[in-house]
Design a protein around this ligand. Structure first.
Ligand code: FES
Length: 71
């Protein structure tokens, strides 16, 4: 599936770059060119990296709930 239409970059290319050592969206942009044109793909590409790494995006609303429940 294409993630970056401007540069014809697929999800598989992004995941392969991540496996090869790219750890951030900045590194993916530098390596593949994802997001270097209109930038509309950056959120989707970043979500893909995060999902593949098994972590979640920071959610301030969730953080405040955790702070209240911990006390
Ligand atoms: S869709 Fe990726 S830079 Fe435009």
């Amino acid at each position: 599936m294409y993630i970056c239409i401007c540069n014809a970059i697929t999800d598989k290319q992004i995941l392969a770059a991540q496996q090869d050592g790219c750890q951030s969206i900045d590194e993916i942009t530098h390596t593949l060119g994802v997001g270097n044109c209109c930038g509309n793909c950056l959120d989707k590409a970043e979500d893909l990296l995060i999902e593949n790494a098994g972590v979640q995006k920071f959610n301030p609303a969730m953080a405040s709930q955790l702070a209240f429940s911990a006390g």
